[in-house]
Design a protein around this ligand. Structure first.
Ligand code: FE2
Length: 278
């Protein structure tokens, strides 16, 4: 997992099965792709020949949703070994996971469930991330998640917790700007303060996605274009540091490939505008 990131500062897209044939036939100019490892490891994912062909054409990042770093159950070393094998096979640039838990005692929620932001959970997740990094022999990326509830046990603001995780585990951050905005609306947080507090030397990747408006909250549904306030927060982050690889995530009601590429172009345009003003 060691390709230079300078080559992928432009915005990439999440690779979805609906687009694979078109990408392999037309070979569109996409700087990099992100694979959902859980889709690939499950039946019905990319067939190995497709994966090999894609990895020869594009730099690939691996993104996981099932490691359950925040759980108190032991880490699934078989799952991690599968990811390691996939990373080697695809010459992956990096592997990212979430600041959350998804399973307990073998029961899987299939949702990214938030953890309490307390000293005890900080110690726990730092230890778990360290275990994973020791296993891979390199740093991984940790992503902030959307949430729809707060824990009474939370004593640390989310952004401070995220910064402490990065520092103490010596890991990278994957900053999901949409998740920051969703949490601002759902929990009345200050998204601009969140963006301004992030440690720039730790950020390795940015996610952009679309939410769904519900009656009294925002759902991190990944089924819409990136919203205007999220683009504004993205620009604010790039004004602090513009050279951060960005990825467009779209997981539900997936449109034609050109729509994702237009979203990536929009991200690139914002970056160019920011750099032109510097
Ligand atoms: Fe994300």
């Amino acid at each position: 997992m060691s390709k230079a990131i300078s080559a992928i500062s432009a915005a990439g897209i999440g690779l979805r099965n609906q687009h694979i044939d078109e990408i392999l036939i037309n070979k569109p100019d996409i700087p990099w792709l992100e694979i959902l490892v859980d889709n690939h490891l499950a039946q019905g994912g990319l067939i190995p020949a497709q994966l090999d062909a894609i990895s020869e054409l594009y730099p690939l990042a691996l993104h996981g949703v099932s490691l359950s770093l925040g759980s108190t159950s032991p880490l699934d070393m078989h799952y991690l070994q599968q990811i390691k094998n996939l990373a080697i096979r695809t010459n992956t640039v990096w592997y990212s996971e979430h600041l959350c838990f998804t399973s307990v005692n073998g029961h899987y929620s299939h949702d990214l469930l938030p953890i309490p932001y307390s000293q005890a959970s900080l110690n726990h997740i730092v230890d778990r991330i360290s275990q994973v990094q020791d296993f891979f022999g390199e740093q991984i990326l940790i992503e902030n998640v959307s949430s729809y509830m707060n824990f009474v046990d939370s004593t640390i603001p989310e952004v401070d917790f995220l910064c402490a995780v990065a520092e103490q585990a010596d890991c990278w951050l994957l900053v999901d700007v949409n998740n920051i905005y969703v949490n601002q609306i759902n929990h009345d947080l200050d998204a601009e303060h969140f963006i301004d507090s992030l440690p720039l030397n730790r950020i390795k990747e940015i996610h952009l996605a679309g939410f769904q408006e519900r009656e009294d909250f925002l759902l991190d549904a990944h089924n819409h274009p990136v919203s205007k306030p999220v683009w504004q927060l993205y620009e604010r982050l790039l004004q602090r540091k513009s050279e951060i690889p960005t990825l467009i995530e779209w997981d539900n009601d997936i449109p034609v490939l050109s729509v994702l590429l237009q979203e990536a172009d929009k991200a690139n345009q914002i970056r160019h505008n920011v750099e032109a003003r510097e």
